[in-house]
Ligand binder design. Structure first.
Ligand code: S3P
Length: 169
C-alpha cells in the first residue's frame, strides 16, 4: 500500500478524516501543518505574522520534499500546499492524493470562530472563500480521487475513501 495524502481547502476535514483513516488502516498519521509549526517552533499564525506567507510556503515545501517513510502514512496537507507544481509532483511521487472538497457555505460554517487561519483572519465571507476556491480549483483537481464532504459526517467520508482503496487494491 502507498501513502495516502489528503489535500483540500481549509475546513474540508483533512485532519479529522486523516486521523480516522489512519486509525482504521492501522498506520501513522502526519499533519504537515503540525510538522511545519514544530520545525519553526512557533504557530502557523506566528509564522505568517512575523515572516509572511512566502516564508511559510518555503517551510511547507521543505516538509513536503521530506515526506519519505518506510512505513505507510496518512498525510494531511495545508490547504495551499497544492499551489506549487513542485509540491504536487512530490506528493504524487509520495503516494495517492485524495482531495476533499466542500461548498463555500459549508466551509464558512465550519470555520466560523476559527482564529488559526491567517488567510481568512479578516474576511471569512462567501465571496472570499469562493474566490480562493476558484483560484485553486485546478490544483485541487490534480488528485487521484475527489470526495465532496458537504453535508457529510467524517465516517461517511471515511467509508467512501475505504471503498475506493479496496477497489484500487
Ligand atoms: C492554508 C491552509 C492552512 C495552513 C495555512 C495556509 C492555505 O492549513 O497551511 O494557514 O493556504 O489554505 P489547513 O488547510 O489545514 O487549514
Amino acid at each position: 500500500m502507498k501513502n495516502i495524502i489528503l489535500t483540500g481547502f481549509m475546513g474540508t476535514g483533512k485532519s479529522s478524516v486523516g486521523k480516522a483513516l489512519a486509525k482504521q488502516l492501522g498506520c501513522r498519521f502526519a499533519d504537515l501543518d503540525e510538522l511545519i509549526a514544530a520545525k519553526a517552533g512557533v504557530t502557523i499564525r506566528e509564522i505568517f505574522e512575523h515572516h509572511g506567507e512566502s516564508r511559510f510556503r518555503e517551510l511547507e515545501a521543505d516538509i513536503i520534499a521530506g515526506i519519505e517513510s518506510d512505513e505507510v502514512l496518512v498525510v494531511s496537507t495545508g490547504g495551499g500546499a497544492v499551489i506549487s507544481p513542485d509540491n504536487r509532483r512530490r506528493m504524487h511521487q509520495a503516494g495517492r492524493i485524495v482531495n476533499l472538497t466542500a461548498s463555500a457555505e459549508a466551509i464558512q460554517e465550519r470555520l466560523i470562530g476559527d482564529g488559526t487561519r491567517p488567510l481568512l483572519k479578516d474576511d471569512k465571507s462567501i465571496d472570499k472563500i469562493a474566490a480562493m476556491l476558484a483560484e485553486r480549483e485546478p490544483f485541487y483537481a490534480d488528485a487521484d480521487i475527489r470526495i465532496d464532504t458537504t453535508g457529510k459526517k467524517i465516517e461517511d467520508v471515511l467509508d467512501e475513501i475505504l471503498v475506493w482503496l479496496k477497489k484500487e487494491g
